[in-house]
Design a protein around this ligand. Structure first.
Ligand code: SAH
Length: 245
């Protein structure tokens, strides 16, 4: 109820997706591309439009996939956007069959280390993995922010910590960049705040909704106060060209 039909389900923007695409090393002709945890698929549309190749958008929540299918048709990208309802930890693609795995704001669901491990075999040697992940931007976060995220997402790491994980799983680091604060507001927190205002009257006799709204407002307040100590970071990694399975 809180999240349905919103433009995005996490921080991000078309501009940041495009920036990450521009930082990719060259892809082979007719690359095979997956977008994992695509949600409503804003980034899927940018990928399809920019790369001009089919993108398989994967999520477990059918309404998001339906939202994306409609948006793709409207954007004239129906031929490029395929959706599949399957879990990101139960993918059935053959080994070394994928050239680019994209995942914005979703790897955290299974955790970065597990995502790096599980997805690597599917990548062709030289294949690319680009994902965004909530990341500490300082080694010494303010106590209140540390306490909040210790409960909400204890695995949140620094850029250096995530890159150590990537190297431990035998990826090369191509690039990283931090998404601007605007990417948290324009298409994510601002629409959520509007939705919250509309739903407020329903909270009186819907305690579950009241609790979810309360938690969301706490998260937004945290970002207002301490949003310079953490952010979303784009990680662009490559499975080495000479790698074995
Ligand atoms: N990339 C989108 C959505 C990020 S939110 C955006 O940036 O807007 C995370 C998404 O992962 C949600 O759409 C959620 O439905 C999906 N998800 C949750 N568990 C999943 C799983 N096990 N496999 C695939 N997708 C999952």
């Amino acid at each position: 109820t809180l999240h349905s039909d919103l433009p995005r389900q996490g921080p991000g923007s078309d501009a940041s997706t495009l920036e990450a695409i521009n930082r990719l090393p060259a892809l082979p002709p007719s690359p095979r591309v997956l977008d994992l945890g695509c949600g409503p698929g804003r980034q899927t549309l940018v990928l399809a439009r920019t790369l001009k190749v089919p993108v398989v958008a994967i999520d477990i929540h059918q309404p998001f996939l339906d939202q994306l299918t409609t948006a793709a048709a409207k954007a004239g990208l129906a031929d490029y956007v395929k959706t599949r309802r399957i879990s990101m930890d139960a993918l059935d693609y053959p080994v070394e069959s994928i050239d680019l795995i994209w995942s914005e704001g979703a790897a955290y669901i299974i955790g970065v280390s597990k995502a790096l491990q599980l997805w690597r075999p599917m990548l062709r040697p030289g294949g690319l993995l680009a994902f965004t992940e909530a990341t500490w931007l300082t080694d010494n976060p303010p106590a209140a922010a540390a306490a909040f995220w210790e409960k909400a997402y204890p695995d949140m790491n620094t850029v250096a910590g995530n890159l150590r994980k990537a190297e431990a799983e035998e990826y090369e680091v191509i690039d990283t960049f931090t998404l601007p604060a605007e990417d948290w507001w324009a298409e994510y927190y601002a629409p959520l705040q509007k939705r919250i205002a509309n739903l407020r009257p329903d909270c009186a006799d819907w305690p579950e909704l009241a609790a979810v709204i309360d938690a969301t407002e706490q998260e937004i307040n945290m970002f207002v106060r301490f949003g310079d100590s953490y952010g979303y970071v784009f990680y662009i990694l490559r499975k080495p060209a000479n790698s074995t399975l």
